[in-house]
Design a protein around this ligand. Structure first.
Ligand code: SF4
Length: 248
């Protein structure tokens, strides 16, 4: 659901902006619902995003919120410049989170974002989803092989050696047929070694051709709650395909 969302959770008191983006340049992941909110109409993208960003600025103008995340159902680097520019006062001096596919994450790109936005910290979330390459590539069709996972793990250290206030976090997908519960537990352990943060996301089926969801055993729910930085069990922002305030 597009809009501005306020959260007070383990990541702190924060705002999440769900913006409209262009279609993801990869667009092949088997479970992905984000095409429902993407557009190829530049006026529509810019207008919707300006509206959402001005709502966020209004909130940030009257409340002290130090952490803001911006998601566009794809990669931040695929947003139009109009949106990128409008986000400057939101990112400056705050913890600023964006999402990227791994191929958009480079040292020069991180440097450019830090230079442009001057955030207190830049957190880049990347959807590796599982540390098992076979599941990632054959079941999920992510197009992000293990070598990308290790490249980004090293890159975050190189960025910090250069004094950049950058962290790289990953998503961990669970509750979907084709992803064994034991492999979720193993991925969590591996991701904790490789990245600065892990956000576990419960799978939700949106379209008929998407994989089926499955129940989450108690032991796994407890492990995720204890060891992931955040567990996303699904909230308002995941009613994908609607604007905030629209009827279902
Ligand atoms: S990379 Fe993300 S937005 Fe693109 S197809 Fe995969 S899940 Fe969807």
């Amino acid at each position: 659901m597009l809009g501005v969302f306020r959260y007070k959770d383990r990541l702190g008191d924060r705002l999440v902006l769900i913006l409209r983006g262009y279609p993801c340049s990869w667009g092949k992941c088997t479970f992905c619902p984000f095409a429902l909110e993407q557009s190829t109409n530049i006026s529509r993208i810019m207008d919707d995003n300006r509206r959402i960003i001005s709502q966020a600025l209004e909130i940030l103008g009257r409340e002290s919120i130090r952490r803001v995340a911006v998601f566009n159902g794809g990669s931040f680097h695929e947003l139009p410049y109009d949106t990128v520019e409008a986000l400057r006062p939101i990112a400056m001096g705050r913890m600023f989170e964006v999402e990227e596919r791994s191929e958009f994450v480079t040292l020069a790109g991180l440097e450019a974002l830090v230079y442009y936005y001057r955030p207190e910290k830049l957190i880049v979330r990347v959807g590796f989803e599982t540390a098992d390459e076979r599941i990632r590539e054959e079941v999920l069709r992510k197009g992000m092989p293990d070598k990308e996972m290790y490249r980004l793990s090293r890159l975050r250290l190189e960025a910090r050696e250069r004094g950049l206030p950058v962290e790289i976090w990953t998503y961990l997908l669970f509750g979907m047929e084709g992803i064994p519960d034991e492999s979720v537990a193993e991925s969590l352990k591996k991701f904790r070694e490789l990245f600065d943060g892990v956000i576990a996301v419960r799978y939700k089926k949106y379209l008929p051709h998407h994989p089926r969801p499955k129940p989450v055993p108690e032991w796994l729910a407890q492990l995720l709650e204890e060891e992931a930085d955040l567990v996303d069990w699904g909230g308002d922002q995941w009613v994908i395909g609607q604007r905030k305030g629209e009827e279902q």
